[in-house]
Design a protein around this ligand. Structure first.
Ligand code: X2X
Length: 335
């Protein structure tokens, strides 16, 4: 965070009598961390936030976006800690990357909890979402709004996947909390945890066989070019994005600027969610066009994956909070 003494310089130059209220306010710049750049919807969400804040504050507040998790040297699961300690002012972050520090965020990673977009909204836009924000707040970061990375689909370099048996023995890259290791181990895969920065090189060398990410990430990062020829649309989970602010930074803002910052985050998040959902069909068409073999599951095939991963709930429901999980399930059922 930098405070530019512009107001004082101008005041001095023009004399005290010309010190209009606009000049009396300092200009400030804040860092915003993201994992993906503005080539992806995720980075675009952060840039939109920056643009709205700059416009609405008439240039007083500047958000500078640092993509590729560079503020934590690519180690995306350290982002939350870095935000809490003040190394990072703000972030647009995946629930996956913050889940090691905020157990409640593992809710979204429970396999096959959310069947569709309305189910995501039923959680984030309702009382469950509020409770999750309270949990983030208690852990030391001020959450402001939701965005979306998207439903994560499974790709690999070996063969088409339409049953749990097909996943057996595959080396799959995952990130986040150990929940992901459990999901893939339960399916008989060989999951290995690594950052996104390390994933593409590992796919290129064949050190790993597969990965899971939203279609937009698969498409823009050209994951097909590193041998990922098979893609299964299993929608096993979706990671929302959270717009968040370091607590000290938040408290240093006037009430008006807090409102401005939060409203801009809400607007940027809503804009990005709509945009990324609208782009899905075209993205899938582009992926198919490039020769990727895309597998869609029949209801029976889908159910086989649901059954095969059911035990993840037994282990993780107590860690996430039984009440929270039940509330989310009820909200989804009532959507
Ligand atoms: O690392 C990933 O897979 C990514 C880019 O989707 C996240 O940051 C969760």
């Amino acid at each position: 965070m930098r405070i530019k003494p512009l107001a004082f310089a101008l005041t001095a130059a023009f004399g005290m009598t010309l010190a209009a209220p606009a000049f009396a306010q300092e200009t400030r710049e804040f860092s915003v961390s993201t994992v993906l750049s503005d080539a992806f919807p995720w980075g675009q969400a952060a840039e939109k936030w920056a643009e709205l804040v700059n416009e609405r504050s008439e240039g007083r507040l500047t958000l500078k976006v640092y993509p590729n998790a560079q503020l934590v040297s690519g180690d995306q699961t350290r982002e939350f800690s870095a935000m809490r300690s003040g190394l990072i002012d703000m972030a647009v972050a995946s629930t996956i990357n913050w889940s090691p520090q905020v157990p409640e965020l593992n809710l979204f990673s429970l396999p096959f909890l959310m069947p569709d977009e309305a189910a995501i909204d039923a959680i984030t836009q309702g009382s469950t979402g509020e409770k999750i924000f309270t949990a983030i707040d208690k852990k030391g970061v001020m959450p402001l709004a939701w965005g979306e990375n998207g439903f994560r689909e499974l790709s690999n370099s070996k063969h088409p996947i339409d049953s749990p048996e097909d996943v057996q023995g595959l080396k799959v890259r995952v990130v986040g909390s150990p929940l992901f290791l459990d999901t893939f181990s339960t399916l008989g895969a060989n999951p290995t945890q690594m950052s996104w920065a390390d994933a593409k090189p590992a796919l290129t060398t064949g050190a790993i066989d597969g990965q899971e990410n939203p279609l937009s990430v698969f498409d823009v990062a050209r994951v097909d070019q590193v041998g990922q020829s098979y893609l299964t649309l299993w929608h096993y989970m979706a990671d929302p994005l959270v717009f968040g602010v370091n607590k000290k930074v938040w408290k240093s803002l006037s009430e008006e600027d807090q409102t401005l910052l939060q409203q801009a985050a809400i607007d940027a998040g809503a804009w990005e969610i709509e945009k990324s959902r609208n782009e899905l069909d075209d993205t899938l068409a582009a992926i198919k066009e490039r020769g990727v073999e895309v597998t869609e599951l029949t209801p029976e095939q889908h159910q086989a994956f649901v059954d095969a991963t059911a035990e993840v709930y037994q282990k993780w429901t107590p860690r996430i909070g039984a009440e929270l999980v039940a509330e989310a399930q009820a909200a989804i059922a009532a959507r």
